[in-house]
Write a protein that binds this ligand. Structure first.
Ligand SMILES: [Zn+2]
Length: 342
């Protein structure tokens, strides 16, 4: 190594040119010489000293060059550790993009909301048994006379009423402008709400915090074929070209009629296999917005109709990727060994 050579060179320099080096010693003894010899010996010593110094300097430079050549810039460096988006964040961005393609706008609504927006406004009576299916976190906060108790949103459906009310206000403004302009425009809502939801649940397949996405369309002459078209579009865009959906009658308080949405199994393409049994997998809940919900959103159900659909982000992600997560809680555990796989 260069360092070792440098040291040897320094030893040589000290041996000959150092304070008690050989040449220095000879120079010190020059006084003992005869007058005639002094000058020629002195010159000789100086010459030797200069030559030696030059040689040492040259050698030193050579060592430096070798050291520089030893550095090989072609050897790959060590890459710094980089982070990445959480797998659920990636899924949310993908879903948002799919719906953006057909004109849905992604909206955000409160995650802490009133009972009225999460239940009552959605046509759940105060004692409706279906409320028990939403294992709700209630907040210990002062109640509102109009809107009831505060809660952590147990589903994304509170966004339905919130969006309709806001849209109605906008519509009223537009109506006034229209009156002035004597031109006619409709109220279209095309909203996608992707948000965190909270329920009192925690086991292998449930987390107290999870994500849903929910679409809402309200306009004149909206019917079930529009709903079916959007669901089929999503099935193809997100899961793949060959996939289609079917609607099965169901019951939700906030839609009428209501459906459970199935998607064809990707393994058997709907023919039926060991995994899916009958060819279909449960994908989402959906339906035509209940007239009471439209009314509660400030929209005249005689003039407007709409559809809504919703499902879990974690659910569609696992269905799409075939990902088997041994314990869903791992997703939110901040365990980099687990999350780093995706
Ligand atoms: Zn199958």
């Amino acid at each position: 190594m260069a360092a070792g050579n440098d040291r040897e060179l320094e030893e040589i320099r000290i041996e000959y040119l150092g304070r008690s080096g050989r040449l220095t010693q000879i120079f010190k003894n020059i006084g003992n010489l005869e007058e005639g010899e002094k000058k020629s010996i002195g010159l000789l010593i100086n010459e030797s000293k200069n030559t030696l110094q030059k040689l040492i300097a040259t050698q030193k430079n050579k060592f430096k060059e070798t050291a520089r050549e030893w550095f090989d810039p072609t050897i790959p460096g060590e890459a710094p550790r980089t982070g990445s988006l959480h797998i659920i964040t990636q899924a949310i961005e993908e879903i948002a993009e799919v719906f953006k393609q057909i004109g849905f706008i992604r909206m955000r609504y409160p995650e802490v909301d009133w009972d009225w927006f999460a239940f009552e406004g959605l046509n759940f009576d105060k004692n409706h048994p279906a409320r028990d299916d939403w294992e709700t976190f209630w907040l210990n906060a002062p109640e509102s006379k109009k809107y009831g108790t505060m809660l952590l949103t147990p589903h994304t459906s509170n966004g339905q009423i919130r969006e309709m009310q806001r849209e109605m206000q906008r519509e009223m403004q537009r109506e006034m402008q229209r009156e002035m302009q004597r031109s006619k425009k409709n109220l279209p809502i095309r909203m996608i709400n992707i948000a965190k939801c909270y329920r009192r649940q925690s086991d292998i397949s449930h987390t107290p915090m999870f994500h849903q996405f929910e679409g809402l369309v309200v306009d004149k002459d909206i019917n079930i074929t529009h709903l079916k078209g959007v669901l089929d579009y999503f099935a193809k865009a997100y899961f793949g070209k060959g996939r289609v959906t079917r609607l099965r009658p169901h019951n939700f308080p906030f839609t009428e009629p209501s459906f459970e949405v199935d998607i064809t199994c990707d393994i058997c393409a709907g023919r039926g296999c060991r995994l899916c049994k009958e060819g279909w997998l449960e994908l989402a809940g959906a339906g035509m917005v209940h007239p009471n919900v439209l009314k509660n959103g400030g929209i005249d159900p005689k003039k407007y109709t709409g559809f809504a659909f919703g499902t879990g982000v974690e659910r569609v992600l696992m269905m799409k990727s075939g990902l088997k997560i041994p314990d869903l809680r791992l997703l939110y555990s901040s365990d980099l060994h687990f999350l780093g796989q995706f």
